[in-house]
Design a protein around this ligand. Structure first.
Ligand code: ADP
Ligand code: MG
Length: 341
């Protein structure tokens, strides 16, 4: 191509216009919320960022008021007080109770939303921590296994003796709902952390991946690795998150094995699940923790739609082969790959 004397200044103006446009920062907004008993942070980029964050905060509070097990007016409290009667609930509640039932089947009982009577006895929802005696646990486990849950699109019915809690699912579902609100409001890129449950919409505004640190369960102030993601949830269940030391000097944590009513102690101290759905990652992080080292690996070999990083109580870091390229391990723990071909 031959440039005339006029084309050069024209080209320069064009280049400046394009680069000046790309230099103009994408609008962004941030918001911190305390809800669901945890700190939440949200950062969104795009023309609708401000509006999206306001709508997301409203939705978080709405979901909390429906799903909280400690709020007396929530759907869950009304279900738990109903003495076996059918209760009208929001679509969110019905959907999540139904999801709880599906995950109970899929995880062979490791995830059981009916574990609440045992969880409360240990003090995990009240803060009045103590180690229950064995007879109490046996008695409460009878309530856990007292019968099935019936769900329609707007109602839930549980056995009279049973009580439920959506603590293993609620934050994951909330993450998915926030992503939908962001998309609807023109947000192009976002990262949220709902008490450590991280979820991303797209990648960073510059197109690169978000880098999400995963805590070292033996030293939770430090990261053991960093995972690079776009459009994914990264959700961790760890034994260090909500725990107490009993009079016997042992540490007890908030993930209960529905098989025996004690904090799940099947070889894992941390489980991170990485996948497209916050709800699925949240459900599976809790369930794989309960399944333990062998059960979790078997599950992951059979279910390749999610990736995972596990840490054993002996200090080995295991990760699924699909995430290896996206994982920077900073810890000096020995590592093993869970291969799935
Ligand atoms: P966090 O809420 O701290 O991020 P999790 O996602 O692992 O951690 O969920 C733990 C919560 O799930 C507990 O606080 C309790 O409400 C509930 N829970 C504990 N054990 C089970 C279980 N086996 N099945 C279903 N829910 C459980
Ligand atoms: Mg969970």
């Amino acid at each position: 191509m031959k440039f005339s004397r006029l084309t050069i200044p024209l080209l320069a103006a064009l280049i400046c216009a394009t680069s000046c446009r790309s230099l103009k920062p994408t609008p962004s907004a941030e918001r911190d919320v305390f809800a669901m008993d945890t700190f939440m942070t949200m950062k969104a980029y795009g023309d609708g960022a401000d509006k999206a964050l306001a709508a997301a905060e409203k939705r978080i509070h709405e979901l909390e008021s429906e799903l909280s097990v400690t709020d007396k007016n929530s759907d869950i409290s009304r279900i738990n007080r109903a003495n076996g009667a059918e209760v009208e609930v929001s679509c969110d509640t019905a959907f999540l109770v139904d999801a709880g039932g599906k995950y109970w089947v899929e995880t062979d009982g490791a995830l059981d939303i009916r574990v609440y009577p045992v969880l409360r006895e240990w003090g995990f929802t009240t803060g009045e921590y103590h180690v229950p005696d064995e007879a109490t646990i046996t008695e409460l486990l009878e309530k856990v296994h007292s019968g099935d849950i019936a769900v329609s699109e707007t109602s839930v019915q549980i056995p009279a003796a049973a009580e439920i809690d959506l603590g293993a699912l609620a934050k994951g579902y909330t993450g998915d709902e926030i992503m939908a609100i962001f998309r609807d409001n023109g947000v192009t890129s976002a990262l949220i952390s709902l008490g450590g449950n991280v979820q991303a919409l797209g990648g960073k505004p510059d197109g690169s991946d978000w880098r999400v640190g995963i805590k070292d369960p033996f030293s939770p102030d430090e990261n053991m690795c960093v995972v690079s993601i776009a459009d994914k949830a990264v959700i961790t269940s760890g034994n260090y998150e909500r725990c107490f030391t009993g009079d016997d000097g042992r540490v007890y944590w908030h993930i209960i094995d529905p098989a025996d009513g004690y904090p799940a102690d099947n070889g894992l101290v941390s489980v991170t699940v990485i996948g497209d759905s916050g709800l699925r990652c949240d459900a599976l992080s809790t369930a794989l923790f309960v399944m333990g080292t062998d059960g979790a690996q078997t599950y992951l070999r059979e279910n390749t739609d999610v990736e995972a990083v596990l840490v054993t109580d002996g200090g080995t870091l295991l990760y699924t082969d699909g995430i290896s390229e996206k994982l920077d391990i900073t810890s000096d723990m020995p590592t093993e790959v869970i291969s799935r071909d």
